[in-house]
Design a protein around this ligand. Structure first.
Ligand code: F6P
Length: 546
């Protein structure tokens, strides 16, 4: 197995050179960088698939980029990528391969895990999903009483929810509008109650999506949905026509009462947050149809190939990863904003939060040593222009440096009057204002009163990436998501952390399991937590009349 560099990251010569370089360039202003090089806005750009990526409004010189690329080489980013896509067990703490790229490999590709080619199984499941999706969409698959399916409810959480929910929203213009789609994730009963309220059981299909099929939130919601369906339709037998499962755990699926003939499988080498191109995307396939789903996979595959075959200096996910790391580790930026100028990308930041923060929210290296540098950033954002009228003030004039990704489209799904050009005028204006700002001299020339000058000055020098897509289609969405997946990979590879486990979510789960019976027990005498948790539980019990 290819192992990453054994040298401590902070002892890598290229890291140390970056540190010295940072001291020299940290005060350089984007105004000066653009003034020195009139072609900067064209040269510091790259393409990947249909994505045009402008990274010229970053606080980097050609030397910065060269040093960052040296660091990527020293850390073996390309070799680590190759190890991942060739099926090596790079998720060392769980002893697993990491092969979401195999989910979008063409039929004739060969990807082996432990000597077995996984591509035929991937396509077998895709074919079964396609046949099922067609039968539901055509009305051939009916409910227990013979009604065609008019409502699909995906029950899952984390990676078993966010990917399909985000992509369903993003691709609404491609969706069947005569079937409704809902996504239930929260264990708060309000989530499922509000969804069930408007549904007709006879025409509702539930997809229970859970890699492990042991997740408390999902199983609780699934049992509630099952009880509701049986009580509405008056028979346990109805479950067979109204419930399908997506999981890697056939045993638990059968225990729940879903026939494994109605189960779509995937594999332990697909991480939850990387799983929506697997059977976890079944709800999405039902909404956009199998052909468009395959377009999405094709878009992702294009980016997988781009990463594998493009030299690092033009490799978009690698560049984005390195630039993000430059701000995180050298400028100390704590967050990364993602600002799509498309309402359809409303859930993108939610999705990217899990992708990035569950992957790179780690503080030990693969070999278990505490890191002495920063790792994953806090990822957040909402669609523009709503954010402009809420929190952009802080991005423009606050004291915190916030690198931001601006994502825009040329052709909207629907042209509504002048909306698109007005939206995109904002998409272009904001990064310009953030980079170049407005100086006190300019304000004075405009005759602004002296006492207002400090308030109306924009320092500028706030870094942004502009990502421009021709349009939002299954293919371009696939390209965009795979770009972010491999950006996160690049950063994890340089940091030397395991981007594919998530032990950090375990402790809370274990404690919740212990606390649940304490909330309903006869007496609170046995509570053995800290004094704060004990007091909170006692107060809750008394408010519940226990
Ligand atoms: O939050 C932890 C996690 O394990 C995620 O990684 C995963 O996507 C989610 O829970 C749901 O898990 P499952 O698909 O097994 O229900």
């Amino acid at each position: 197995m290819t192992s990453p560099s054994q040298t401590r990251l902070t002892e890598e010569p290229s890291w140390q050179r970056l540190q010295e370089h940072y001291e020299q360039v940290k005060d350089l202003h984007l105004r000066d960088l653009f003034a020195q090089d009139a072609t900067r806005g064209e040269t510091l750009t790259a393409t990947a698939g249909d994505l045009y990526v402008d990274y010229s409004k970053h606080r980097v010189t050609s030397e910065t980029l060269g040093l960052l690329l040296d660091l990527a080489r020293a850390r073996g980013v390309a070799e680590q990528f190759e190890a991942m896509v060739s099926g090596q067990r790079i998720n060392t703490t769980e002893g697993r391969a990491v092969l979401h790229t195999a989910l979008r490999a063409p039929r004739d590709a060969v990807v082996e895990v432990g000597g077995t080619d996984v591509v035929p199984e991937v396509h077998e499941v895709l074919d079964r999903m396609s046949a099922f999706a067609e039968s539901v969409r055509s009305g051939e698959h009916t409910g227990h009483t013979g009604s065609p399916i008019k409502a699909v409810v995906n029950i899952g959480i984390g990676g078993s929810d966010l990917g399909p929910a985000m992509a369903y929203e993003a691709l609404l213009p491609f969706s069947r509008r005569d079937i409704s789609f809902s996504f239930v994730s929260n264990i708060d009963g309000a989530d499922i109650a509000e969804v069930l309220r408007g549904l007709d059981a006879a025409s509702t299909l539930f997809i229970i999506s859970s890699k492990t099929f042991t997740t408390l939130e999902t199983l609780t919601n699934a049992h509630t949905a099952r009880d509701w369906l049986v009580s509405q339709l008056g028979s346990d037998e109805a479950v067979a026509k109204h419930f399908v499962a997506v999981s890697t755990n056939a045993e638990e699926v059968a225990k729940f009462g879903i026939d494994t003939a109605n189960m779509f499988g995937f594999w332990d080498w697909v991480g939850g947050r990387y799983s929506f191109p697997s059977a976890i995307g079944l709800s999405l396939m039902l909404s956009i149809g199998p052909d468009q789903f395959r377009e999405l996979l094709a878009g992702m595959h294009e980016i997988d190939e781009h990463v594998r075959t493009t030299p690092l200096e033009r490799n978009v996910p690698v560049l984005l990863g390195l630039i993000g790391l430059w701000y995180r580790d050298f400028f100390g930026a704590q967050t990364q904003a993602v600002l799509p100028y498309s309402q359809y990308l409303d859930r993108l930041a939610d999705y990217l939060q899990q992708l990035d923060m569950e992957s790179n929210g780690k503080s030990v290296t693969k070999s278990g040593e505490r890191v002495d540098y920063q790792t994953g950033p806090i990822v957040w954002g909402t669609p523009g222009t709503n954010g402009q009228h809420a929190y952009y003030q802080l991005i423009h004039q606050g004291t915190t440096l916030i690198p931001a990704d601006f994502i825009g489209l040329a052709r909207p799904a629907e042209e509504v009057g002048e909306h698109q050009d007005l939206l995109m005028a904002n998409y272009f204006a904001q990064p310009e204002a953030l980079a170049f700002g407005k100086t006190a001299e300019q304000l004075r020339e405009e005759g602004v009163a002296e006492e207002l000058v400090p308030h109306r000055t924009f320092e500028g020098n706030r870094p942004t990436t502009s990502i421009l897509l021709p349009e939002l289609t299954p293919r371009t969405l696939g390209q965009l998501i795979a770009t972010y997946e491999h950006k996160v990979f690049t950063q994890g590879a340089v940091w030397g952390i395991n981007s594919f486990d998530q032990w950090g979510v375990e402790l809370g789960k274990v404690l919740a399991k212990r606390i649940a019976p304490e909330l309903t027990a006869e007496s609170d005498a046995e509570l053995g937590h800290d004094s704060s948790t004990n007091a909170l539980i006692r107060r809750y019990r008394s408010l519940r009349g226990r």
